[in-house]
Design a protein around this ligand. Structure first.
Ligand code: ANZ
Length: 845
């Protein structure tokens, strides 16, 4: 019992905490200020790993800290339990998806309990629970009503291995995010959420998050949305009624257009080539075939040699009337802008590469050698008022192969001549608008969110297909549309949803007229599930609504979100989008879901990500068995700034365990009792203790957990020194320091801290004990001892700053308890203050 034994502490305290449930957040009459601290919820694919251990250790420091600062803290956990990993694993092992998922959840939950994560276990949810996904379906129907959920046929990213559609975001370097196989294209009718309607707000509201979200994440979101401003220009096409519209960021270069390019895989290309002669058609078809096998990434690679075919058609420049040949080339993407470009080879590198490859003309219309200074450049004119323009730049892009993309002075461009780029853009847009052949425009890289999946393990889409092909929403009172059991279903991916084969499930009746109809057999992307789960935690068992708006008013948005940077784009963007939709629908009163975000780094081994195949996997359970939970948690916090990666080879959980044992032995060696007066204790140690109390809150709030741990280590050493110096464990300052250590240590090492607290004579749980306020008189850097006398007798000694004023010193002296006792009800007749050393009070009584 007198040695530190992490395993014993675990067995001793877990049942006590189970009994106390100290982290349940339920009191409706609670008047304390609130904090909602949320860790990203895990996929239940196997047991917890080192990455979880880091994330939950850090999130827990924050949650535990705010509780000890007197806040009512909500810190829930659940499982993101739908999705491919569970389904694939279940198929591979021949198990039932549900059972496999539930078993993993049970295992992770047991590990989290052992890990002493301070979650509110009464609010657990998992997204594969019909009580949860019912509300996904509700959300879908709300979006459908608003026109924010729609179907369209389009080319989609297709993973031939997983046999499923992938969102752009799930294609990494042309490969499937999950299985790493090459992604191809396939045309399918799919469900989309219209996130593009929210592009401007998603972009503009990022401003609100500056300073409280990592700037890297904000930049990634901004890039992902990718707003470009410029103009749309309409070109007539010879022999065709419809115009060819392009998006351009450089309408100022309109006089420099020498050809047009359309995306080969666009509808437009197919239409344009339809009437062409057989030779052109054949060449086009052959080209299209290769293009379909080229990944989006390759197509966007500017350094790839340019390819393309002429379509045998011409467009007309709306300002000059010039005839421009139309080509199809794969550097133009079908789903960006209008899938077509006006090619200005002199000023755009891709167009120039293409022009040089196919011998098309290059015309310079911006003199990039001319200085551009602020306003409209001075236009030199000759005696007749005709602008005098400089000679062609000596740097001819057709010769050098370098496009002139910079700013400059417009030339060879009729009414735009002499203007700077920005003025020319304004001017040309006015011209286009006045003639009805163009307009100012914005375009975005962001695409609508493809949410349908041809897989089993997800939320069924609550739509019924009537016989006449119309779509009928499932009436709200018939939700949830539950997944059928897997028995008898073939889950192996085939390209259509396995639910389509669940005859009894898929065959239903049209709720409008009772005629036979079919259920939509697709399931939702699991990012739908996680886009609003933070709201479900507020009333997880409410079966009348997705979440209670009153609870949302109280708790949301999330004050502190904690999770991996891997979710910097997708999950966060979708959650931001859905929050704005819920705001527009009147369900929440805020527009951003996560007020502050902390991204923890990764846990690596010898500089690389851990994996079984690399053979560098460190198993969490082994680490916990070997060093104890507290040592592992402390190591995570001590390793460095939370955003940095941790290399497990460079840290020392054994060292952490040693430190914890040292801390714990302090409590064992304290001999005084809780009623002892602090002020009688060793002054130097008291000062260090109070300095810790003054500095630690700021450090925790700035996420400098490693510094807090370092300070705790110093304090433990200083305390031990006082014990060893002969003062022993009875010194009041030793008790004071040890109590402070126990309370603060509970952020990182809850078992050790709880046991210390008990040894110090208190009841569990230390995790709800408030932090003591530092005593300002103990914070002065250097101090001198001031003597306070009452009628010539020394009654107190005060540690004060050498710079203390006479007034302050007098006030302190009069506030001293022993001085007040000595004064009793005597009348003070004279006070002599010789700051900083002496206060002499004379009385009459
Ligand atoms: C003429 C031009 C002249 C252009 C010039 C650029 C420079 P960002 O900034 O990424 O939005 N473009 C438009 N639609 C395209 C598509 N579907 N696929 C490939 N390229 C496309 O780029 C906008 C520019 O990319 C547009 O402005 C257009 O080329 C091209 F000196 O128009 B530009």
């Amino acid at each position: 019992d007198d040695v530190y034994d992490p395993a014993r502490l675990q067995d001793k305290w877990l049942p006590v905490w189970d009994e106390l449930q100290p982290f349940r957040t339920s009191d409706p009459g609670d008047k304390r200020p609130r904090k909602y601290v949320l860790d990203m919820f895990p996929y239940p694919s196997g047991d917890l790993h080192m990455g979880h251990a880091e994330a939950y250790a850090l999130g827990d420091v924050i949650a535990r800290y705010w509780r000890q600062q007197g806040f009512n803290v909500l810190h829930p956990i659940g499982w993101d339990s739908f999705g491919l990993p569970a389904e694939n694993a279940a198929i591979k092992r021949g198990l039932d998806t549900r059972e496999w998922t539930d078993a993993n959840i049970a295992q992770q939950r047991a590990s989290m309990r052992r890990y002493a994560a301070s979650f509110d276990w009464d609010r657990v949810l998992h997204t594969s629970d019909p009580n949860y996904y019912k509300w996904n379906q509700w959300l879908f129907l709300k979006m459908y009503e608003k026109g924010l959920a729609y179907r369209k046929a389009s080319w989609v990213n297709w993973c031939p291995f997983d046999q499923t559609v992938l969102a752009n975001e799930q294609v990494i370097d042309g490969r499937c995010e999950r299985c790493d196989n090459l992604v191809t294209k396939k045309q399918l009718t799919q469900w989309y959420f219209k996130i593009t309607d929210y592009a401007d707000r998603l972009l503009d509201d990022l401003k609100q998050l500056e300073g409280s979200w990592p700037s890297k994440v904000i930049a990634m979101q901004r890039n992902w949305i990718g707003r470009s401003t410029g103009a749309e220009v309409d070109f007539e096409v010879e022999g065709r009624d419809e115009k060819l519209t392009v998006f351009t960021t450089r309408p100022d270069t309109l006089y420099g257009v020498t050809f047009m390019v359309v995306a080969p895989d666009s509808d437009l290309a197919a239409e344009l080539v339809a009437d062409a002669d057989d030779e052109v058609k054949a060449a086009f078809e052959q080209y299209l075939d290769t293009v379909k096998r080229t990944s989006e990434i390759d197509r966007q690679d500017a350094s790839r040699p340019k390819t393309g075919v002429p379509l045998g058609r011409h467009a007309i420049n709306p300002l000059t009337g010039e005839r421009l040949p139309i080509w199809a080339a794969d550097y133009v993407l079908a789903d960006y802008g209008h899938g077509a470009v006006m090619a200005v080879p002199a000023h755009d590198q891709r167009d120039l590469d293409f022009a040089r490859r196919f011998d098309l003309p290059v015309r310079v219309v911006v003199d990039t050698t001319a200085p551009v200074t602020g306003a409209i450049p001075v236009i030199e004119t000759d005696a007749d008022g005709v602008p005098v323009l400089p000679d062609l730049p000596s740097i001819d892009p057709a010769v050098t192969g370098e496009a002139l993309s910079g700013d400059g002075r417009i030339m060879n461009s009729g009414p735009l001549d002499g203007l700077s780029k920005s003025h020319a853009i304004k001017r040309v847009i006015e011209l286009l608008e006045s003639r009805g052949v163009g307009r100012a425009a914005k375009t975005y890289r962001l695409r609508d969110w493809l949410i349908s999946r041809q897989r089993y393990w997800g939320t069924p889409i609550p739509i019924i297909h009537a016989q006449d092909g119309s779509l009928v929403p499932v009436p709200e009172d018939q939700l949830p549309v539950e997944l059928p059991p897997t028995a008898g279903l073939d889950l192996t991916p085939k390209g259509s949803s396995p639910l389509g084969a669940a005859k009894e499930w898929v065959e239903t009746t049209n709720p409008l007229d009772g005629t036979p109809a079919l259920r939509d057999a697709d399931t939702m992307d699991t990012f739908v599930d996680s886009s609003w789960y933070f709201l479900r935690f507020l009333s997880p068992n409410d079966d009348t609504q997705a979440f209670d708006p009153r609870e949302a008013d109280k708790w949301a948005p999330v004050d502190q979100y904690v999770g991996g940077v891997t979710h910097a784009i997708l999950h966060l963007l979708y959650a931001r989008f859905i929050t704005k939709v819920l705001f527009d629908l009147g369900y929440v009163s805020f527009t951003e879901p996560f007020s502050a975000l902390l991204n923890q780094g990764m846990v690596q081994m010898n500089g690389s990500a851990m994996s079984k195949s690399r053979g560098n996997l460190v198993r969490l359970s082994d680490q916990l068995d070997e060093h104890g939970v507290d040592a592992v948690r402390l190591t995570m916090a001590f390793a460095g700034p939370p955003e940095d990666d941790i290399d497990w080879a460079d840290v020392s959980p054994a060292g952490s365990a040693k430190f914890l044992a040292r801390a714990w032995r302090l409590a064992r060696d304290v001999t005084s009792d809780p009623s002892i007066e602090w002020r009688t204790g060793d002054v130097a140690l008291r000062r260090q203790t109070h300095r810790f109390l003054a500095e630690a809150p700021g450090l925790v709030e700035a996420f400098k957990f490693n510094v807090v741990v370092a300070r705790l280590m110093e304090l433990v050493n200083a305390t031990r020194k006082v014990i060893d110096s002969g003062a022993g464990g009875g010194d009041a300052a030793v008790r004071e320091a040890t109590e402070v250590i126990a309370v603060a240590l509970s952020l990182f090492a809850p078992y050790t801290a709880e046991d210390m607290w008990q040894r110090l004579g208190y009841q569990p749980t230390v995790s709800l004990v408030h932090w003591r306020k530092p005593d300002p008189t103990l914070l002065v850097e250097e101090s001198v001892t001031a003597i306070v006398q009452v009628d010539g007798k020394v009654r107190d000694r005060l540690e004060v700053s050498p710079k203390i004023s006479a007034e302050e010193l007098e006030a302190l002296a009069k506030a001293s308890a022993p001085v007040q006792r000595a004064l009793g009800d005597r009348t003070v007749v004279n006070v002599i203050v010789r700051a900083p050393r002496l206060v002499n009070i004379a009385t009459r009584g």
